[in-house]
Ligand binder design. Structure first.
Ligand code: TYM
Length: 345
């Protein structure tokens, strides 16, 4: 899509979300959650637990609310401060579903049919998937633009969905002749944590749905489990090389170097500079130590929050109220732009 003729001039705002479908893993943490924490110091931030996205595949109603609370506990344990950032469950802000419908009438079927994540998730079974799963990226655009968010911290797997959000924002601005009404949200994807791969196969993304528990480190893993999974991580027989080029055909090592870099907040090259010539007998224990040092306190704090659900619920209730306060006037403005009937004051 072409660049907007008129730029959005509203205030910068960060928005992101995670699905309440099982435990968060290292990919979720390094790809997104760690950035959530960093950004709250410099930006107004809105962090959602996207339960409406979760139900695009079957979720047991008996555990959905508890799963939502678990993700909120993970946000808090990782360091998202509810006095600085808004944390709330998506379903508590009705504007998400309303704006998703408006955007359903803006987005084109051709745009959705290009979405690779739907193809991956549905495989050969696409006819039996929910309509919601197909429409998922439109709801994601609504999430972001309901807050006129300008920046979206996510892992690399969300890049295509962010491009769709920009296309929808741009088409809305054009179709309704409101140049600069919606910002074109920018994905914040950079850094070695943006694409964390499976510990068992360096060519596959670390994912909640991988049947092998050794493929991922969960935020609920204790120190022993973290160390064991890193010790067992697939590697080759070589030593740590000097140059990044030499990582090209060693995907498992490239992944571990990236994880080290993301934890230590240094580049992959700086990790190589530190360990070049050393074997995995040196590198893996050092990585395990670093991982435990950073993840263990998060796990401990998370367990505390899980033991005290009332505190998490209070954060979610306050967050929902604050999120609604931002979203409602924006939604009213969108309804005006689209020309819906309203009672004269
Ligand atoms: P979800 O719940 O699958 O993942 C949450 C976040 O974790 C990132 N992530 C990874 N990053 C690096 N390496 C990995 N292996 C890895 N696996 C997951 C994801 O990129 C994501 O940032 N559609 C989104 C949720 C969503 C959303 C939004 C995000 C709904 N609406 C609006 C941003 C803005 C999703 O399913 O994330």
């Amino acid at each position: 899509m072409s660049q907007p003729a008129v730029k959005y001039t509203g205030p910068p705002r960060v928005f992101s979300g995670m699905q309440p479908t099982g435990d968060l893993h290292l990919g979720n943490y390094l790809g997104a959650l760690k950035k959530f924490v960093d950004l709250q110091h410099s930006h107004e931030c809105v962090y959602c637990i996207v339960d409406l996205h979760a139900v695009t595949v079957w979720q047991d109603p008996k555990i959905l609310a508890a799963q939502t609370r678990n993700i909120a506990a993970a946000y808090l344990a990782a360091g998202v401060d509810p006095d600085k950032a808004i944390i709330y469950p998506q379903s508590a802000v009705r504007g998400h579903t309303e704006l998703a419908w408006f955007f359903n009438c803006v987005a084109r079927i051709g745009w959705l049919s290009r979405m690779t994540q739907f193809k991956e998730k549905s495989g050969k079974n696409s006819e039996n998937m929910s309509v919601g799963l197909y429409d998922y990226p439109v709801l994601q655009a609504a999430d972001i633009l309901l807050f006129k968010a300008t920046h979206v911290p996510v892992g690399e797997d969300q890049k295509q969905h962010l491009e769709l959000s920009r296309d929808i924002a741009q088409k809305f601005n054009n179709d309704f002749e409101v140049p600069g009404f919606f910002p074109l949200p920018e994905p914040l994807i950079k850094g070695p944590g943006a694409r964390i791969m499976s510990l068992r196969d360096g060519t596959k993304k670390m994912s909640k749905s991988d049947p092998s528990v050794n493929s991922r480190i969960n935020l609920t893993d204790n120190a022993d489990a973290i160390a064991k999974k890193i010790r067992k991580a697939k590697t080759d027989a070589g030593v740590i090389p000097e140059s990044l080029k030499e990582l090209d055909d060693r995907p498992e090592l490239a992944n571990l170097v990236g994880i080290y870099g993301a934890f230590a907040e240094i580049s992959k090259q700086q990790v190589l500079d530190k360990y070049a010539g050393k074997g995995f007998g040196v590198f893996k224990p050092a990585l395990a130590e670093l991982a435990v040092e950073i993840l263990h306190p998060i796990t401990e704090r998370m367990n505390d929050y899980l033991k005290n659900p009332d505190e998490t619920d209070r954060v979610l209730a306050k967050g929902a109220q604050a999120a609604n306060q931002i979203a409602e006037p924006i939604l009213a403005e969108i309804r005006d732009v689209m020309g819906f009937w309203k009672l004269k004051p």
